[in-house]
Design a protein. Structure first.
Length: 232
């Protein structure tokens, strides 16, 4: 009889353990999304994901949210003028599990639209950094991003223009030696400097997005410049 009781108790314990394991809620499948306010003359904005506001204070030009964890699948993103229900961007991209994305709000406020990029955050090789350049100044011409002293038309990035439908190749990260660089944003194919970027330090193992921001001929906060995001 004792043996039967022990066997019964053992079976009950095993059944309980099995039920406990199977009752656990599976972890949500998520992606990560960074939202960047890159519309030079747009006001501060709120970001709503599936109708829920996710920023605690207004997102102003040219700031970003940093990577937010968002459930994978079709997610609705709205960009509203801060404190209002006025929606300036309303999109529903399908996000892949474990993928990383950047959404830029781009162009002048009257033409504002989203630019969704997939971010490959694969770790750089030893001694390398990864960098990409996105041209987001609506009225500036095509440009080259060159190291000071490079010949006309030669650069880390060449002939990049403001474009709302850039290809994967145009926003891919490029490996470079980790170092401090004196860079120039030049009118494409020339040595005419539109913007100087001295002492840009690219650290080994880091991944960077550099984007042209503001307006050519703009003043104050809307002046032509460059924003830098550290993606990892």
């Amino acid at each position: 009889m004792k043996k039967i009781k022990l066997a019964f108790l053992g079976l009950a314990a095993l059944s309980f353990a099995f039920v406990s394991c199977t009752d656990e809620t599976p972890a949500a499948e998520t992606a990560k999304v960074n939202v960047v306010h890159a519309s030079p003359n747009a006001p501060g904005v709120d970001l709503l994901v599936d109708g829920v506001k996710v920023n605690s204070s207004a997102l102003a030009f040219p700031d970003n949210t940093g990577y937010l964890s968002v459930n994978a699948g079709a997610r609705n993103f709205k960009v509203n003028v801060t404190g209002t229900s006025t929606t300036v961007i309303d999109v529903t991209p399908t996000l892949t599990k474990d993928a990383n994305y950047t959404v830029f709000a781009i162009d002048s406020v009257s033409k504002i639209s989203p630019l969704l990029l997939v971010d490959d955050l694969t770790a750089p090789a030893a001694g390398k950094a990864h960098i990409r350049f996105i041209h987001l100044s609506p009225n500036a011409p095509a440009v080259d991003v060159s190291v000071v002293g490079q010949a006309a038309g030669v650069g880390i990035f060449t002939n990049r223009s403001f474009n709302k439908t850039i290809t994967a190749a145009q926003y891919a990260f490029t490996p470079v030696d980790a170092a401090t660089y004196d860079l120039e944003v030049r009118v494409a194919g020339t040595t005419t400097v539109a913007l100087s970027l001295p002492d840009i330090t690219l650290t080994a193992g880091k991944i960077y997005t550099v984007f042209a921001k503001g307006f050519l001929g703009g003043t104050g906060a809307q002046a032509l410049g460059a924003g830098i995001i550290v993606n990892n």
